[in-house]
Design a protein around this ligand. Structure first.
Ligand code: C5P
Length: 397
């Protein structure tokens, strides 16, 4: 049920806009309050009168409507909702969201808010598959915007393929999922993941074998418990966790800056395999191969993100979790690491090649805290992530 949830429904122009009427009806039936907003082109497909009759609320249309400003300014309109739903979302409105344009009421509301947003796109197959729209989709997902659909099928324009608006009942299910409360609802957690790449010159770099699998699984598990997740990742193949605010970085220094910018947070989970050193003087020109000469590299120490955040006077999250990938004396080294860095927990694992953990799907970890060392059985990285997320939820209360 969606009893007394407030949904701001933005309807943009497209033939599928007629389905928004059924969506309003279904949301109302489940107890939600729906405030409709129409773009100019949406009014070509549905009338403000029918929309507002079904919503039993005024349909908002114009940014410069002074009556609206007297009743409720656009800032308040966007912030008083529990969820903003854009259905249907045209390619044009998605593009505006990506670039942060605010040239009408709908786009201004979308820019002026920090309320979660759920988008249900609907457009012609070619428009949906166009690299520009796919780029916009990836960017919006990285901004933490949720998506439902589009579905594949016959389209009003006579073509077949992905681009049909998700059915109202599917959108309602997605709305319910987006509003579902978990033990971490209202908590903000920063997760680092993946390797870092440290340039040697413009074409070469130093990296490590981290796949980002464990960090991504942790981000997903935290999201599933309702947390707001800022996912700071180095270059990794692993698909990004949907619903997280994704920040892509390459180097340790960039990761440090991104983590600092993401503070304050309730918890930090530092699962990235950060390079300890960077190459001094990695410049703009490629190191040339010269007969008989072997170049030597000088290293500088990278910032230690975990230690910096753990020891921060102003920005330390209530719970800081580090990782320790060790090949020898796992528990002893990890226990020392926890004290040296100043974090609360260390998730330690043995990454000797014979364990198959680095780059694999399974992990066997030891959780080291004030209470000592707790051995978890070998299990899928997803299961380790869920168990860790449960622990974090219990700790943050
Ligand atoms: O020092 P070591 O790399 O073994 O420590 C591992 C832990 O410290 C991991 O949680 C890793 O994400 C974090 N770390 C960091 N910044 C570094 C090096 C490691 O946050 N420069």
């Amino acid at each position: 049920m969606l009893e007394d949830k407030r949904i701001l429904l933005i309807i943009s122009g497209g033939i599928a806009a007629y389905k928004s009427l059924d969506l309003i009806r279904q949301l109302r039936k489940r107890g939600a309050w729906v405030t409709p907003v129409l773009t100019k082109s949406a009014e070509q497909f549905v009338t403000p009168l029918s929309v507002s009759a079904l919503a039993e609320e005024k349909a908002y249309r114009d940014l410069f409507d002074l009556t609206d400003e007297a009743e409720m300014g656009h800032i308040q309109l966007s912030r008083s909702a529990d969820l903003i739903v854009v259905a249907p979302a045209t390619a044009n409105l998605m593009a505006k969201m990506v670039t942060g344009q605010a040239d009408d009421l709908a786009s201004t509301l979308l820019l002026a808010t920090d309320t979660p947003i759920l988008v249900a796109p609907a457009m012609n197959v070619r428009m949906w598959l166009h690299p520009a729209t796919q780029r916009n989709l990836a960017t919006l997902k990285g901004d933490g915007v949720g998506f439902v659909g589009p579905n594949e099928g016959d389209m009003a324009c006579g073509e077949f393929g992905p681009g049909r608006l998700a059915e109202p009942v599917e959108i309602v299910v997605a709305v319910e999922a987006a509003l579902a409360e978990g033990p971490l609802t209202g908590r903000r957690i920063v997760v680092t993941s993946g390797p870092t790449h440290e340039p040697i010159d413009p074409v070469r770099y130093i990296a490590n074998r981290s796949s980002g699998a464990q960090g991504t699984a942790i981000a997903r598990a935290l999201l599933a418990l309702g947390a707001e997740v800022v996912f700071v990742t180095g270059p990794a193949e692993e698909p990004r966790p949907e619903g997280a605010h994704v920040v892509e970085v390459e180097t340790a220094k960039q990761m440090m800056d991104a983590v600092a910018a993401a503070m304050p947070a309730d918890a930090g989970v530092f699962a990235a395999a950060v390079a300890d050193w960077r190459v001094d003087g990695a410049g703009d020109s490629k190191i040339k191969k010269q007969d008989g000469e072997i170049p030597s590299l000088n290293f500088l120490e990278n910032p230690d993100i975990l230690a910096t955040i753990s020891q921060s006077k102003s920005d330390r999250p209530a719970l800081v979790v580090g990782f320790a990938a060790e090949t020898d004396d796992v528990i002893e080294n990890a226990t020392k690491k926890r004290l040296r860095k100043g974090c609360d927990w260390i998730v330690a694992n043995d990454v000797s090649p014979e364990t198959g953990i680095m780059g694999g799907r399974e992990n066997a970890v030891v959780l080291i805290s004030d209470d000592g060392a707790e051995h978890w059985p070998r299990m899928q990285k997803d299961a380790v992530a869920r168990q860790l997320a449960d622990r974090i939820a219990a700790k943050l209360g």
